[in-house]
Ligand binder design. Structure first.
Ligand code: SF4
Length: 352
């Protein structure tokens, strides 16, 4: 079978037409594209740790970590490197292949960069892929992170350019695109997606996916978050998104970015198992695993592994990472034991 060609010239009209397909046709098409590029029964598993929580100067209206809103979130200073490494080790034992570290910053300061670089080196030396989300990056900061061995940088566009000013006013859409460009130029992989259910309309959802798919390179990871309404944020009472609309977004993302990992991210704890299974069918092939997804609760690792087992899904492994026995051992262990909790912070979705 010839793999679907990767395109970077999607029009809004084409994307709208995909959204409007009958649900079954859309899912069939998405699953067919998915099988051309991926093992349909493998899902990549990442673990996310908040390395610095709260008091963020940005005003993202969905985010409990923003210093602009009073959400009762406990602030935390930058975590010590040893704690981060211990968490990374625990995550690896539970089957994670990638360890993501998030800090609630507008951008990393000069003072914090050496710690962050050391964290990358140490986590990487455990044999894990590394990902960070630290806010905006200048060109030289991106180069330093890449040289330290950072594999991925997460920086979400959040929504369409048109709707963006309803969500954030402290930095522009272009600022975000510039950071993505710096990350690419430094040779790192890009993790970039958005949040659905923030009061945007379908055209905004289409607009975001077109923007992502028409980047010069598709992001290797595309997190699709469902808004978690946090009390105290301006989004606490926004209307719920129809779950089928969310599944459609996953399917359209899969069709437009066929070789990217499409990640079910924040909001998964509000999805029942059937909906998560539909998302996997629509082409989602990455999840965050672990008890917390920064400030929002994440379904517990054990529940994830039990669901994988029921669906016959295997966690995707890095080639050099584990043998099949190690993988099975990791699943068995995760099923039997409770996830370690004490160091996971109650912080928010992929920030920045
Ligand atoms: S999403 Fe990131 S940048 Fe925005 S307020 Fe939250 S932590 Fe800060």
């Amino acid at each position: 079978m010839t793999a679907t060609e990767l395109r970077h010239d999607w029009t809004l009209q084409e994307a709208r037409e995909l959204f409007e397909l009958p649900f079954n046709d859309l899912l069939f098409r998405a699953q067919s594209v998915h099988r051309e590029h991926f093992d349909p029964n493998e899902v990549q598993v990442s673990t996310l740790l908040s390395i610095k929580t709260g008091a963020c100067p940005e005003d993202c209206k969905y985010c409990p970590q923003s210093g602009h809103y009073n959400t009762g979130l406990e602030k935390e200073k930058l975590l010590e490197i040893e704690k981060v490494v211990a968490e990374a080790q625990a995550a690896k034992q539970k089957g994670a292949s990638r360890f993501c570290m998030g800090a609630a910053w507008r951008s990393p300061s000069k003072k914090d960069m050496p710690y962050v670089l050391d964290m990358v080196k140490q986590v990487k030396s455990l044999g894990l892929e590394t990902c960070m989300t630290l806010g905006m990056l200048k060109e030289e900061q991106a180069v330093e992170l890449a040289e330290a061995g950072l594999d991925y940088y997460n920086h979400n566009l959040d929504t369409s350019e048109k709707y963006y000013s309803h969500i954030i006013t402290t930095r522009t859409y272009q600022d975000r695109l510039d950071t993505l460009d710096n990350v690419r130029k430094a040779g790192m992989k890009v993790c970039c997606g958005g949040i659905m259910g923030m009061g945007e309309d379908e055209d905004d959802r289409v607009g975001l996916l077109v923007q992502l798919a028409n980047l010069p390179h598709h992001p290797e990871s595309v997190p699709v978050n469902m808004l978690v309404k946090v009390k105290g944020t301006p989004m606490e009472n926004v209307e719920d998104l129809d779950p089928f609309e969310f599944v459609r977004i996953i399917a359209v993302a899969r069709i437009m970015m066929p070789a990217s990992h499409v990640r079910l991210s924040a909001g998964r704890e509000n999805m029942n198992e059937q909906m998560q299974a539909l998302c996997f069918l629509a082409g989602a092939n990455s999840i965050f695993y672990g008890e917390k997804l920064l400030t929002t609760a994440n379904p517990e690792a054990d529940a994830d592994m039990l669901l994988f087992k029921r669906l016959g899904i295997r966690p995707e492994q890095r080639e050099q990472c584990a043998s099949e026995e190690q993988e099975e051992e990791a699943i068995a262990e995760a099923v039997e034991h409770e996830a370690t909790r004490h160091m996971f912070y109650d912080a928010t979705r992929e920030s920045a």
